[in-house]
Design a protein around this ligand. Sequence first.
Ligand SMILES: Cc1cc2nc3c(=O)[nH]c(=O)nc-3n(C[C@H](O)[C@H](O)[C@H](O)COP(=O)(O)OP(=O)(O)OC[C@H]3O[C@@H](n4cnc5c(N)ncnc54)[C@H](O)[C@@H]3O)c2cc1C
Ligand SMILES: NC(=O)c1ccc[n+]([C@@H]2O[C@H](COP(=O)([O-])OP(=O)(O)OC[C@H]3O[C@@H](n4cnc5c(N)ncnc54)[C@H](O)[C@@H]3O)[C@@H](O)[C@H]2O)c1
Length: 410
Amino acid sequence: MNTNAAYVIVGASLAGAKAAEGLREQGYDGPVVLIGEETDRPYERPPLSKDYLLGKADRETMFVHPLAWYAEHDIDLRLGARVTGLDPATHEVTLADGSRIGYAKLLLATGSTPRHLTITGAAAGSVLYLRRVGDSDQIKATFATASRVAVIGAGWIGLETAAAARSAGVEVTILEAAELPLLRVLGREAAQVFAGLHRDHGVDLRFGVQVAEITASDGLADGVRLADGTHVPADAVIVGVGITPNVQLAEAAGLRVSNGIVTDARLQTSDPDIYAAGDVASAYHPVLGKHIRVEHWYNALHQPQTAARAMLGQDAVYDRVPYFYTDQYDLGMEYAGYVEPGGYDQIVFRGDLPQREFIAFWLSGRRVLAGMNVNIWDVNDTIQAIVRDAATVDAARLADVDVPLEEFLA
Ligand SMILES: Cc1cc2nc3c(=O)[nH]c(=O)nc-3n(C[C@H](O)[C@H](O)[C@H](O)COP(=O)(O)OP(=O)(O)OC[C@H]3O[C@@H](n4cnc5c(N)ncnc54)[C@H](O)[C@@H]3O)c2cc1C
Ligand SMILES: NC(=O)c1ccc[n+]([C@@H]2O[C@H](COP(=O)([O-])OP(=O)(O)OC[C@H]3O[C@@H](n4cnc5c(N)ncnc54)[C@H](O)[C@@H]3O)[C@@H](O)[C@H]2O)c1
């Protein structure tokens, strides 16, 4: 191995930028190369389906660091540069222009890519996906001219863009394969809350449907045909049917890959000099006792700190309770914990469900697996502690708003 080689980070988004920051914070003063195929410097994606899409936040607010930060911290930021190859034997990555960069340690922070539909008509114009800032610009421009859109998928992208569309005065039909929105993540009871929210804002929700074709005229989508023959007219179609992790480099290099790049709790892959963090990492979680891959902002924000420390040979383990949030219309929520589909026995609501001001807890037996605060604030740290401590609770007391949450800390 070339001992002068750099610490190289592939993927210049939230996880990549935070890893570069982490390396410097830990006192590493050798070369750091941060390589990203996008031409914008690292930015955060949550505003793309919320305040930026709504026109309430401008572009400058989304960047992870000011441009000057990279030079000030001697980060060699290479934008518009795609890594096409990884050779663990020679400790080199190859870029699309054929150049090679040697590494001492490598972090793969390659994130994920939207799944694309392959049905007839899917390649028509005005079939829109949302991952990058340019996608958000395009959807915002569409909202300015369209009178109705069809949204395929009632996951995070589908629901947040539907809310933005309604705020822009656009009619929305949501077409979802499952019986409810966010069903796999939240389960039936809490998913109903999101169905009700969108229904109350005038969204036409169609569940359990199979999308058969995107119809088009003059090359532009003009609607969606369902398997039962129903035609849903639309001026544009927004697709949010999930992502796939960008594992191609790792896979070709022979690293262990299984629903993401497999790492231990230190975020080290099956190659001792290669680490992974963010959406792409399937990391062993020591508290949960299994590998999980988390597709959320908080994970991409914090895992890189652990990866940076581990790359520098320090003791570091990523064991934070998974966390995510959403904002849709006047509903804001935070969720802490991890529950696999069907992995809970009961859900306990505490607060005012019809007013959408409540906390929900997912329980297995008497144990709290996860909690979600909806339009109630400053409680998520306590919820995280309850989940982390694997607290056992009395469900009736948990539902009682007069019993302080702190009582349920183990
Ligand atoms: C519209 C939107 C809204 C979201 N809102 C929320 C939210 O409200 N709450 C929440 O918790 N989460 C949210 N998320 C999820 C969150 O943004 C992701 O979990 C986070 O972006 C993951 O960060 P990452 O750095 O791991 O990967 P990514 O953000 O996917 O970045 C990976 C980067 O690596 C680059 N790359 C990939 N391969 C290569 C290569 N071979 N060479 C060079 N560069 C490469 C990609 O181009 C990309 O820039 C949202 C996501 C989207 C798209
Ligand atoms: N607030 C947040 O945390 C947030 C916000 C936006 C995006 N994101 C992230 O962005 C990524 C993409 O989000 P997403 O909404 O595309 O994925 P998702 O996995 O959240 O939801 C996909 C939805 O599409 C449905 N679906 C799949 N195939 C379908 C089909 N052929 N027809 C109809 N419905 C279909 C699924 O049943 C599911 O409800 C995820 O990683 C997500 O975590 C997160």
